[in-house]
Design a protein around this ligand. Sequence first.
Ligand code: F6P
Length: 344
Amino acid sequence: MRVGILTGGGDCPGLNAVIRAAVRKGERHYGDELVGFLDAWDGVRERRTMPLSVETMRGLLPRGGTVLGTRRGSPFDTDDGVALVKRSLHDLGLDGLMVIGGNGTLSVACRLSNEYGLPIVGVPKTIDNDIVGTDVTFGFNTAVQIATDAIDRLHTTAESHDRVMVVEVMGRHTGWIATSAGIAGGATAVLIPEIPFDIDELCARLTRRHDRGRYASIVVVAEGSEPVPGTLEMEDKVFDRFGHVVLGGVATRIAMAIGDRTGFETRVVQLGHVQRGGTPTAYDRILSTRFGVAAIDMIHDRQWGKMAVLRGDKIVTEDLEVAVGKTRTVDMELYEGVAEYFFA
Ligand code: F6P
């Protein structure tokens, strides 16, 4: 078969490992020819490609980012987008397309497959871990490890200065990274987008802790967290050209409010894209490799409109449709069960 691969949306540790695995099994086991599209759907529309082979993918298992490049945006953004995608796949003689992406990219893949009959399979990706249908996405484990390492380091400086450290982690719609790194790093409080936070309640909690003689605290906040309406004035929202809210900065607002209301010295650490860069953890390399192998098998089984997912400890297939328009939010048993006993 001739198989195309693209990576879309924000990058994520493990993308290269997925591509490498698909190429290895495709070339060695099935005798496939593999073609990588550069810069996501832009490369499909504009026919910008690179050949993918076991040779060219050598050494890429531990490398972060994606050798194919990635972009936001979709063929549905322009009138001729879908026609251009169809023509590219036809002219390049492709029998199948593997689309590795997050919620947005997988939704596009789903439409192209279900409405336009294109031969597409998906692989779910995002450090946010918010895709419905899979127990975990690759990249999440790496992001949690990076955030946990940062929190570990912040404990000692916070304790030396009796400070409250407010650590902002990624998590646009969900607080998976915040909750996991908060538990692993022994945070005092974790704020997540799923539950609007009450700044007074947070300050009361920090004060109680202070009164018990614990002067330093770590507050982990997911970037998409919002206050209970009317309780804390926030900056006006700014949108990027794809209509996404530009996040980043909620920790600064929270740290100022804590300082004003409690008098405690506060500092802000915004981890940002550090969480997305660099080498994937061993867990993510293994998960990515399993996804890549499963996805090339799915192409050979012509399981169009499906994605490879993790269910328990098995990789299985799921309809792309299952992920569309939904967000997998934090398991409240995990958040509340742990919050009650440890975040304090
Ligand atoms: O979706 C993953 C993610 O890392 C979010 O947590 C974050 O809000 C977003 O991507 C930022 O992406 P970028 O800066 O690349 O637009």
